[in-house]
Design a protein around this ligand. Structure first.
Ligand SMILES: Cc1cc2nc3c(=O)[nH]c(=O)nc-3n(C[C@H](O)[C@H](O)[C@H](O)COP(=O)(O)O)c2cc1C
Length: 211
């Protein structure tokens, strides 16, 4: 299936039927998020996978007042790394050197350049904002991967990040949730959105061609 066809098929399902997403399908969707690009390849965020129905019920009561959370099969939390960004740069450089069989010293120019960009951002909060933008790329890639698998994905910003982080113990792990996504299968009979036409701006209004 072409990605464009999958994107026409998908919609943000609000009601789901409780059916489980098969393990290998779920793994492919999560791996698509792992393979998402990020600025400098730093990937300053992690994916938190919540499968247990009991935990999702607790999250629904405390932090996410939306039915997809309990009616879906799995919940993905896209969480930025809330810790020193220069240390993250060093970890990334070490990974690059290990993966490509390079001496870390060959990457010193790159290391200094990326750390310089972190300095330019001016504050830890600004770095977190930037990290959140990287996490959203992962969310988009995972959502597209799910659509290709005919799995419904419901992205959500409508939750209480502080409460969610507390319930999942994310602070202790130096993580901060920025966006979440329920995965599962649409319940077309209970979800009016299933039959609604997709609303997007026209191509002419959306693409500005400058020749
Ligand atoms: C970052 C993001 C956050 C969203 N948050 C919510 C949400 O909290 N609750 C909800 O019902 N839909 C949420 N949506 C779904 C959008 O409302 C939906 O994608 C949009 O209306 C376009 O419709 P479609 O995705 O069904 O084609 C969110 C979508 C995105 C991309």
């Amino acid at each position: 299936m072409l990605l464009n066809d999958a994107l026409h098929w998908r919609y943000a399902a609000k009601r789901m039927n409780g059916e489980q997403v098969p393990e290998e399908t779920l793994e492919r969707i999560m791996d698509a998020a792992r393979l998402a690009p990020s600025s400098f390849g730093l990937h300053p965020w992690s994916l938190v996978h919540v499968r247990s129905q009991a935990l999702r019920t607790q999250l629904h009561e405390e932090a996410i007042p939306q039915p997809q959370v309990i009616e879906g099969s799995d919940l993905l939390v896209f969480a930025v790394h809330d810790r020193d960004f220069k240390t993250q740069v060093d970890e990334h450089i070490a990974n690059m050197a290990r993966t490509r069989g390079q001496d870390e010293r060959e990457l010193d120019g790159f290391r200094n350049m990326v750390k310089g960009v972190m300095d330019q951002k001016g504050s830890h909060e600004a770095c977190l904002e930037w990290a959140a933008r990287q996490a959203y790329i992962g969310m988009g890639v995972a959502l597209s991967a799910a659509a290709l698998e005919k799995v419904d994905a419901s992205p959500m910003e409508g939750f209480y990040p502080d409460k969610l982080d507390e319930a999942l113990g994310l602070r202790e792990k130096e993580l901060k949730s920025v966006v979440i996504m329920a995965l599962g299968y649409r319940d077309s009979e209970r979800d009016p959105g299933a039959e609604r036409a997709k609303v997007r701006r026209d191509r002419e209004d959306f693409v500005l061609t400058i020749e």
